[in-house]
Design a protein around this ligand. Structure first.
Ligand code: F6P
Length: 495
């Protein structure tokens, strides 16, 4: 066991890498997400490790030590794998995490599969992660656990008698009480969360829901404080909880999007789709992203506003994800059916209204789409935050327009610049498309300036910093508030 003091131990379901087969050999590619960008410098400076699942199963029998050794050398911190069996992959990752918690926490209880066999495997895998932490972490390290796959980890550590300081950040929404109550394991999950020392949520909405749930379901809990970070007194412990809206590395996106190779690609995209404004959608294949509703709204706009014909195109990029789960396969077919229907109805010579891409894009290509699209439509049915909305604003034209769902966590910060819509209201979204199409340039510039300012200020580095400070602060009285966010700004700007 490594005993160097006060390191950061990051624990997430996935390691920040991708293992790919290339010419018969397995190669490692660095992860590109915001989390790794933000945490890598802290891990390097403080020294630290990242524990997670490399995305392959035990049965695949890869020489992981060899593969991961190169990455450790390159990144300056070490990656420690937790391997899952294929049964664990099915029942912990696809099952409990993505067929129970994921849909329920996004208020989509009709999508849940409350299979009673999933829970025991969820517990078992969380224990596996706790064992890995116990093995690799030193007693004074801070253990920062991420997301809904690993809500039981602190409980497992405590049961093993390990006294690490622990923090947990929930990247997805926390549901309201009446939805949370449906969870057959509602008491176990709340009790498990209360074993962390600090619990972080994306928005006030999520934190309020959590408070309602613990007040209703946990006897004897006392809540104190109203600031960014408050405490819950339970069984002679103070558990801190707070709101820490995640962000992006604004400057990195802005700088990369301005590079000549991106500019060239952006120019070609528009040149190939001439004489029309481009509306961009970039979503992971997921029913929470509201893609069919967005397509219906675009169709509705074409139906009700003939001035849009030949003048706008929707470029919908769908990034493959969780394709082993039946609901995701069904969604793909649904999207493809809708795209075919709309194009069949409206295409004219020289104008195909919906351009549909089903694949992941390299960063340069993605930035080129961000940069060239006049409008972005980010309309999830519910979302923890949604970083695509922020990436578009950081990378796009100075007068780009963001149409944003009220139910994305990002709406709390971006409500002053975006056109907010209810993603279930197809006519309201169609109207927003029409409004965006006709918006005067000075209003577009003004809105985008507000959006960029908000994203620049509340960036990913500030998120890491405020979470870690909340974990170590001796006294919460002086803990700074997110001044433009607290206390009165509520519920994502919904009237
Ligand atoms: O938003 C939650 C999240 O788990 C992200 O952390 C991740 O990028 C995304 O969903 C996709 O998750 P996965 O492919 O690991 O299921």
């Amino acid at each position: 066991m490594n005993t160097s003091e006060n390191r950061l131990v990051v624990v997430s379901n996935r390691l920040p890498i991708v293992i790919e087969e290339e010419d018969g050999d397995w190669r490692l590619k660095p992860g590109t997400g915001g989390l790794v960008t933000a945490l890598a410098p802290v891990l390097r400076n403080r020294g630290g490790i990242w524990i997670g699942w490399p995305g392959i199963t035990e049965e695949e029998e890869l020489d992981l030590d060899r593969i991961l050794a190169t990455s450790t050398k390159d990144s300056g911190y070490s990656l420690k794998p937790v391997l899952l069996t294929s049964e664990e992959r099915d029942k912990f990752y696809c099952g409990f995490s993505n067929e129970v918690i994921w849909p329920l926490f996004h208020d989509l209880q009709g999508y849940c599969n409350f299979d009673p066999n999933y829970w025991a495997v969820y517990e078992r895998v969380n224990r596996k992660f706790a064992n890995a932490i116990a093995r690799y972490a030193g007693k004074d390290d801070f253990v920062w656990v991420h997301d809904y796959h690993l809500m039981n980890v602190a409980k497992e550590l405590n049961q093993m008698g390990k006294t690490f300081k622990t923090g947990f950040f929930l990247h997805i929404p926390f549901p309201p009480l009446d939805i949370f109550l449906k969870l057959p394991w509602r008491f176990q999950i709340l009790h498990a969360l209360l074993e962390y020392d600090l619990i972080g949520f994306q928005t006030l909405r999520d934190r309020r829901n959590f408070v309602q749930c613990i007040k209703a379901l946990i006897k004897g809990i006392v809540i104190r404080g109203k600031g960014q970070v408050a405490t819950a007194r339970f069984e002679n412990r103070d558990i801190r909880f707070g709101t820490f809206p995640i962000g992006i590395d604004f400057h990195n996106f802005a700088m990369d999007a301005a590079k000549p190779d991106v500019a060239d690609k952006a120019w070609y995209i528009h040149e190939d789709l001439p004489k029309s404004k481009l509306i961009l959608g970039v979503d992971r294949l997921d029913y929470t992203k509201g893609i069919p509703y967005k397509l219906r709204a675009f169709e509705n706009a074409l139906e009700r506003y003939p001035d849009l014909h030949n003048q706008v195109r929707l470029i919908q990029i769908v990034v493959p994800s969780r394709e082993d789960i039946p609901k995701y396969q069904a969604l793909k077919l649904d999207i493809e059916h809708l795209v075919g229907e709309i194009n069949g109805k409206y295409t004219q010579s020289g104008w195909v209204p919906v351009h549909y891409l089903f694949r992941s894009l390299e960063k340069t290509e993605l930035l080129a789409y961000y940069r060239t699209a006049e409008v972005a439509m980010v309309t999830p049915l519910k979302d923890g935050m949604n970083l695509v909305a922020m990436e578009y604003c950081a990378s796009s034209l100075e007068d780009g327009i963001l149409i944003l769902s009220e139910f994305a966590g990002a709406a709390a910060q971006l409500q002053r610049g975006a056109l907010l819509v209810n993603p279930y209201d197809i006519e309201n979204m169609a109207d927003a498309i029409h409004q965006a199409f006709h918006m005067a340039q000075n209003e577009r510039l003004l809105r985008m300036r507000k959006l960029r300012r908000a994203i620049r200020n509340r960036n990913i580095f500030r998120w890491v910093d405020s979470f870690l400070r909340a974990a170590i602060a001796k006294n919460l009285d002086n803990f700074p508030l997110l001044e433009d966010y607290f206390p009165e700004k509520d519920m994502n700007g919904i009237p």
